[in-house]
Design a protein around this ligand. Sequence first.
Ligand code: GLU
Length: 447
Amino acid sequence: MKTTDIMARLQQKYPLEKEYLQAVQEVLESIEDVYNQHPEFEKAKIVERIVEPDRIFTFRVTWTDDNGEVQTNTGYRIQFNSAIGPYKGGLRFHKAVTPSMLKFLGFEQTFKNALTTLPMGGAKGGSDFDPVGKSNDEIMRFCQAFMLELWNCIGPDQDIPAGDVGVGGREIGYLYGMYKKLAREYNTGVLTGKGGTWGGSILRPEATGFGALYFTQHLLEKAGKSIVGKRVSLSGFGNVAWGAATKARELGAKVVAISGPDGVCEIPDGITPEMIDYMLVMRASNRNKVQDMAVKFPTLCKFTEGKKSWSVPVDIALPCAFQNELSEEDAKELKANGCWCCCEVSNMGCQPGAIHFFQHNGVLFAPGKAVNAGGVATSGLEMTQNAEHISWSGAEVDEKLHFIMKSIHEQCVKYGTQPDGSIDYVKGANIAGFMKVATAMLEQGII
Ligand code: GLU
């Protein structure tokens, strides 16, 4: 069956799963040509199988809030594909979480993990629990209740969750504490993103942002450009934006905008180390307001309500927040204001119209599954350290992360170079990831 027919069938079968269909469509468009050149893939129905998760766990999570009121949420774990290794991927706590969102993320994760060079399959999970405005105790009680159901579905050699939007080091701690109590397993391998004194890898918190900047450096180098002195805008102020801002500054770029759901903070002279530290305080407060930055640093920072980072003139845009956060209109505004590069750090951060616009209007673009893979790659490095019962130095982890990001860039170039010499990073990342997973599935038979 042709990839277009497979897509049409999925649209019929899951008409309401918008994000999932969007993610699948992008991959199927990219791989169409290579798929047609491999009749053995078609015979084994690789595409029909690769787009469906292996299994989905859905469970009720009941917990008590600070007022003593009983609250109920829904929890999920989607084990998407295990062809190249155990299930691996983050947990997202956000009020908008649906099975469609987690299916898109699990699907993306499968290809992203394949790009890392490490043996990890794809998974994703989470809950429609909204951390905004919750106290620390409420977060703890929710995490414990969530793990009460999840623990049976995961294991250090089976499925290894980590963080994502709304799940950082604090949440991983509470989840891990409960897992140990229930499973009576005291090895450290079942979750990644752990604390430094109980099995976490040095640099895991920074890794997504750092890796994204290493990838951006390779992309710029290939295009004969440098990041030094360039103006950069980021969206969000969570863990990923924090790591990206830290490394961008370190490499000599100037981060002139960060944003939140409430608006944008412009920082004309560039973000300072104190402001970067304050991002962590803002994240821990669970207020979800970027305006807090302008209140704390009124002379350095100007807040505008309702605006995005994409309205600020920059050279390089780095979406670091949420899927579909950058629309075609935003892409046009960025370009009109002089932007010439967009590296997607969030998962599927750019809408299809924005990607199309960038690619056809001379703006360098690379997709999240390549750019942000440093996070899960460093989770893979954490798993290795846990399995060996050792911890590597920061320098060792950083060197491996560098190597992995370089190799991901090379894979994109290998599979994405077009007849005119330009590089289609979307195609490159999708084909490279697909070839690895598809070949593994083929070799393991019809299962
Ligand atoms: N949530 C991150 C991602 O989207 C990290 C997953 C992990 O470390 O397992 O890749």
